[in-house]
Design a protein around this ligand. Structure first.
Ligand code: CDP
Length: 135
C-alpha cells in the first residue's frame, strides 16, 4: 500500500493468545538477524494492511489470525517504508518459523522484555503488553 507520499507500509502483528505475546526471531538481513520482532511484512500494491498482515502471518508462521485494532503510532523506517502495528487474535494453528524466522516464543507480560526486540517495535510491545491480561 502506498499513501499520498508514495510510502510503502510495513505491517506488524502483535499476536496475543492466552495472556501471551508472540515474538519471532529474524534470520535476515544480516543487520537484523537474531533480533526479535512482531512478525509481518510489506503491504502489496492494492492490498489492505489487514489483508497483508493475515497473509504474512499465514506464510511466515502457518497461523490463521484476525487483526483487531491498530496500535497507536507509527515508525518511519526510512524515506520509503513506514511501520504500523496491529493487535491480532490467534484463530488457528501453531506458530512455526516457516520463513524469515528461526525461532518463535510466546511471552507472558513478565517475559515480554526478555528478548532483544527491534527498537522500533518496542513502543508497540509496551502498548500491547498492558492489555495482555484480557486474553
Ligand atoms: O518480508 P517483507 O519483505 O515483506 O518485509 P520485512 O523484511 O519483514 O519487513 C521490511 C522491513 O520492516 C524490515 O527490514 C524491518 O526493518 C522492518 N520491520 C520492523 O522494523 N519491525 C517489524 N516488526 C517488521 C518489519
Amino acid at each position: 500500500m502506498t499513501d499520498g507520499v508514495e510510502r510503502t507500509v510495513v505491517v506488524a502483528g502483535a499476536v496475543c493468545h492466552e495472556g501471551r505475546l508472540l515474538a519471532a526471531r529474524r534470520t535476515a538481513p544480516a543487520a537484523l538477524a537474531g533480533r526479535w520482532e512482531l512478525p509481518g511484512g510489506k503491504v502489496e500494491p492494492g492490498e489492505s494492511p489487514e489483508h497483508a498482515l493475515t497473509r504474512e502471518l499465514r506464510e511466515e508462521l502457518g497461523i490463521e489470525t484476525e487483526p483487531l485494532e491498530r496500535l497507536p503510532g507509527e515508525w518511519q523506517l526510512n524515506g520509503r517504508l513506514v511501520l504500523r502495528a496491529w493487535e491480532v487474535r490467534l484463530l488457528k494453528g501453531e506458530a512455526q518459523p516457516l520463513q524469515d524466522h528461526d525461532a518463535v516464543r510466546w511471552l507472558t507480560s513478565e517475559q515480554a522484555f526478555d528478548v532483544d526486540w527491534l527498537e522500533q517495535d518496542i513502543p508497540f510491545v509496551r502498548d500491547v503488553v498492558a492489555r495482555l491480561r484480557s486474553y
